[in-house]
Design a protein around this ligand. Structure first.
Ligand SMILES: *[C@@H]1O[C@H](CO)[C@@H](O)[C@H](O)[C@H]1NC(C)=O
Ligand SMILES: *[C@@H]1O[C@H](CO)[C@@H](O)[C@H](O)[C@H]1NC(C)=O
Ligand SMILES: *[C@@H]1O[C@H](CO)[C@@H](O)[C@H](O)[C@H]1NC(C)=O
Ligand SMILES: *[C@@H]1O[C@H](CO)[C@@H](O)[C@H](O)[C@H]1NC(C)=O
Ligand SMILES: *[C@@H]1O[C@H](CO)[C@@H](O)[C@H](O)[C@H]1NC(C)=O
Ligand SMILES: *[C@@H]1O[C@H](CO)[C@@H](O)[C@H](O)[C@H]1NC(C)=O
Ligand SMILES: *[C@@H]1O[C@H](CO)[C@@H](O)[C@H](O)[C@H]1NC(C)=O
Ligand SMILES: *[C@@H]1O[C@H](CO)[C@@H](O)[C@H](O)[C@H]1NC(C)=O
Ligand SMILES: *[C@@H]1O[C@H](CO)[C@@H](O)[C@H](O)[C@H]1NC(C)=O
Ligand SMILES: *[C@@H]1O[C@H](CO)[C@@H](O)[C@H](O)[C@H]1NC(C)=O
Ligand SMILES: *[C@@H]1O[C@H](CO)[C@@H](O)[C@H](O)[C@H]1NC(C)=O
Length: 740
């Protein structure tokens, strides 16, 4: 075994060398103790230089080493056939003389030869690897021979007129012709001839050449017309075989069977030569020697394996574990599996895409759910359920009145609560102007955050507001509970607040006494209605000129209703004081914290004073005694200097009487004790009477349809609604009618 291993170790590198040009080698492909080369020509067994070293006399090689000046030359047997190469594949190359035929310029014959080669048994001229070739411009040539013991002859012609006709690499009759020789030839003789003894072409060609040559060795060049003269011999491929026997026949006699190596196989003879031996696939070496065929380590030579991955050598073959992206080709090797690679890549990509998709989806879904949950939380926190429940119990028409807007709807309407849409700000929150989808202009009030305990009140407030639909009350259109702070949506009143109209000098000029009286009467009417008409009396609690809006026809619209109730009680006081509306606050209420309808009466009294005097409820820029309008008014009244503080442009002979009456009424309203103040009902009646009286006769209001309507509308048809928000709902109210 150890010896065997040693052999392999030594053999392997040699095999690789022998595959290429085996030139110098101390290892022998020959028999032991036999010379394995002649000069630089390797002599593998069955060839040998002696009888013992060769299989038989046919494989004897004569090596002529006598001439020291020349390289040793190898000859086949004892013949004059020079061998240039021996291959175990079953071929040798022999060097064969070139035939030439030369003439003098005058056409006289100068020199020529007709070389021949006669191969012994088991040697055949290879008919595919060799070509019979003629070179010359006035030349024809024949190749004679014996084939299966019979003669044959074939030939071709090469001519040309000028050297320019000749083409490099082309051997098709112009200066060069080539032809295939027949199969199974063992004797070859070349003969040349000339048509005109080169007399017409002797300026560039006076010789013809002919030879059977290994096709790949000779490529025609025009130079060859002259330079072939210096070449004596050219190689020719000759096939060899062991014995004219079939493999089956040969195997019968084990001692004479030439394929000695265990891993060798036999190849049947091509006619004329004999059978040959080959190493099996996966082995290399000399099949004619025992143990001559050795395993090839395919894994060590990348050109021998198509393995992409781990390679493991095996006796006669190898095993390969293919890398990712490759698959077995069914023959130990690996081929790139584009489909598998694509599948892998695609799978990977799809996986990643799917992962991203799932991640995105999860993210957005979670966000969506969070948003929905947030909206729901706000809805619940803001009493949405309570509202829905209450609304269910009530009239179905109520449901239609309290429209519950979505937050996105209102966001869109207010351009995402943009600053440019703000039309008012106060302690209660911010009022935005908004344009709904149907182009309806609305005012949207964003309340300050509310105390959760106030929710029920807020909802009740909402419901009351939807019930209290009066032509002189700002109409509540709906609300939104989805946001963190509830939003209330009102009709939009275009002409600003009463406060603006009184205290802005440009506007107050247009506020005639008649208009002032009308506003006062309307406001009083609304308050009276709230205090007595509604099922549960409603106290506005924050009556002031800033909370009375005016439309284009100077119709009073009381707003901020109940909004004060959204804010907890203690904060309401705080906020009103901060807002500077302290001037309107009922002093009794301030002391006792007992809220009654009379507080509204006091506040209304201050509004009356504003209408009369054009002064603010509290004017800090005035002398100390004039800061509080109510106190100052009562003071001037006592001093009988009323007309000194009245708004100048309202005082004239016609209005004097009414002004005095209204002043008296205001004084009553401002009584420190609430019980001493008149009720709103009485105030409203008084003001209405004054208005009617001031007009002297009905005839005067002819053509003033709106005025008449407003007078009768309120008085006779119970509550009338502004066109914008009535929606056909009427609230029957006898108490209001009763005081007309
Ligand atoms: C082959 O030649 C090398 C030196 O060229 C030598 O070291 C080695 O021993 C030789 N092997 C044999 C088997 O003769
Ligand atoms: C080879 O030659 C050596 C001596 O040169 C001899 O000892 C040996 O037996 C020979 N081997 C063979 C197989 O003839
Ligand atoms: C060897 O070659 C020389 C000259 O090249 C020749 O004279 C001689 O006869 C040859 N010997 C054999 C055995 O062929
Ligand atoms: C060559 O050898 C054969 C026998 O092997 C013999 O018959 C023949 O005469 C020899 N020819 C020459 C030229 O030596
Ligand atoms: C001799 O034969 C071997 C094996 O066939 C080959 O690799 C090599 O090229 C040949 N050498 C010449 C000079 O033809
Ligand atoms: C051509 O050469 C041949 C001999 O090869 C000769 O017999 C013949 O006369 C020559 N022809 C001419 C025209 O010279
Ligand atoms: C002739 O040579 C070619 C190339 O070397 C080879 O493939 C073919 O088998 C040979 N022909 C015969 C009959 O051996
Ligand atoms: C033919 O001519 C070319 C170019 O001079 C040369 O390389 C080649 O060896 C010639 N062929 C032979 C067989 O001499
Ligand atoms: C086998 O071959 C040997 C020598 O090659 C020969 O002596 C023997 O007679 C042959 N045996 C048969 C059965 O042909
Ligand atoms: C050998 O010759 C025979 C008879 O001529 C023919 O039938 C057979 O095909 C030939 N074999 C080869 C391999 O050329
Ligand atoms: C080879 O053997 C066959 C019959 O086995 C025979 O017909 C043929 O002539 C032989 N060829 C040679 C070159 O000996």
């Amino acid at each position: 075994m150890a010896n065997n291993k040693f052999m392999i170790l030594v053999l392997l590198p040699i095999f690789f060398i022998s595959k290429s040009v085996v030139s110098v080698s101390n290892f022998t492909l020959a028999k032991p103790n036999c010379t394995d080369h002649c000069g630089k020509i390797p002599i593998p067994y069955p060839f040998g230089l002696t009888d013992e070293c060769s299989l038989n006399e046919y494989f004897l090689v004569t090596c002529n080493e006598t001439s020291r000046s020349h390289r040793p030359k190898a000859y086949l047997m004892n013949l004059s056939i020079q061998i240039s190469n021996i291959s175990l594949d079953g071929q040798i190359r022999v060097l064969q003389y070139i035939a030439h035929d030369c003439y003098a310029p005058n056409g006289a014959f100068v020199s020529g030869n007709n070389p021949s080669i006669s191969l012994p048994d088991h040697y055949i001229v290879n008919n595919t690897a060799n070509k019979f070739t003629i070179v010359g411009c006035d030349t024809y040539g024949h190749v004679y021979g014996t084939r299966r013991d019979r003669n044959y002859i074939t030939g071709c012609t090469a001519t040309c007129d000028t050297k320019d006709d000749l083409l490099e690499g082309s051997c098709t009759g112009l200066g060069c012709c080539q032809m295939t020789i027949p199969k199974e030839i063992s004797f070859v003789k070349v003969k040349l001839g000339s048509f005109d003894n080169y007399t017409y072409v002797n300026d560039f060609n006076n010789c013809g050449y002919g030879f059977v040559v290994e096709e790949s060795v000779f490529s025609f060049s025009p130079e060859n017309l002259t330079n072939l003269r210096d070449v004596k011999k050219l190689p020719m491929v000759v096939d060899w075989g062991i014995k004219n026997e079939s493999c089956l026949e040969a195997q019968k006699n084990a001692s004479s069977y030439a394929c000695k190596s265990g891993n060798s196989e036999c190849s049947d003879p091509s006619n004329g030569s004999g059978y040959r031996c080959f190493c099996k696939k996966g082995y290399e070496g000399n099949p004619y020697l025992p143990d001559g065929c050795q395993d090839i380590d395919e894994c060590k030579n990348p050109s021998l394996n198509k393995c992409k991955g781990h390679c493991e050598n095996k006796e006669g073959s190898y095993r390969c574990s293919c890398r990712i992206g490759y698959r077995g080709d069914g023959n130990h090797g690996c081929v790139r599996d584009i489909l598998l690679a694509l599948k892998l890549v695609a799978g990977f990509a799809i996986g990643i895409i799917a992962l991203i998709f799932v991640a995105c989806w999860t993210y957005f879904e979670l966000r969506r759910r969070k948003l929905i949950k947030m909206k729901q939380t706000f809805f619940l926190q803001n009493g949405g359920l309570l509202l829905q429940e209450k609304l269910k119990k009530r009239d179905r028409s109520l449901l239609e009145m309290v429209k519950i807007f979505t937050s996105s709807e209102l966001k869109k309407a207010t351009n995402n609560f943009h600053e440019s849409m703000i039309i008012g700000k106060g302690g209660y929150g911010t009022v935005y102007k908004g344009v709904l989808q149907d182009n309806k202009i609305v005012a949207i009030k964003k309340s300050k955050e509310i105390d959760p305990s106030q929710i029920e009140q807020f909802i009740n407030e909402l419901i009351i507001l939807t019930q209290v639909r009066h032509r002189n009350i700002v109409c509540l259109l709906g609300c939104c509970l989805e946001t963190q702070v509830p939003l209330l949506v009102y009709e939009f009143i275009g002409n600003g607040t009463l406060y603006e109209n009184i205290h802005n000098k440009d506007k107050s000029r247009f506020l005639s006494w008649e208009k002032r009286l009308k506003i006062a009467a309307e406001t009083a009417g609304v308050l009276s209605y709230l205090h007595s008409a509604a099922s549960t009396p409603i106290i506005h609690r924050d009556i002031k000129s800033a909370n009375i809006l005016l439309d284009a026809l100077f119709t009073a619209k009381v707003s901020d209703f109940g909004a004060s109730r959204l804010v907890p009680m203690d904060r309401a006081q705080l906020s009103t004081m901060v807002q500077g509306t302290l001037g309107y606050l009922d002093p009794e209420y301030m002391q006792t914290s007992q809220l009654t309808e009379k507080s509204d009466v006091y506040s209304f009294g201050v509004v009356l004073l504003e209408l009369l005097t054009g002064r603010k409820a509290l004017s800090y820029d005035k002398p100390e005694e004039e800061i509080n309008l109510a106190n100052f008014f009562l003071y001037t009244l006592r001093k009988d200097r009323l007309f000194e503080i009245l708004e100048e442009n309202i005082v004239c002979d016609e209005t004097r009487e009414q002004i005095i009456e209204v002043s008296k009424l205001a004084k009553k309203c401002l009584n420190v004790r609430g019980d001493d103040r008149p009720t709103m009902k009485e105030v409203a009646m008084e003001l209405d009477t004054l208005r009617l009286g001031g007009r002297n006769s009905w005839a005067k209001v002819e053509g003033d349809q709106e005025e008449i309507e407003s007078l009768f509308g309120e008085g006779l048809n119970s509550i009338s609604f502004s066109d914008d928000c009535s929606d056909g709902i009427t609230v029957q109210d006898d108490s209001i009618r009763s005081y007309y």
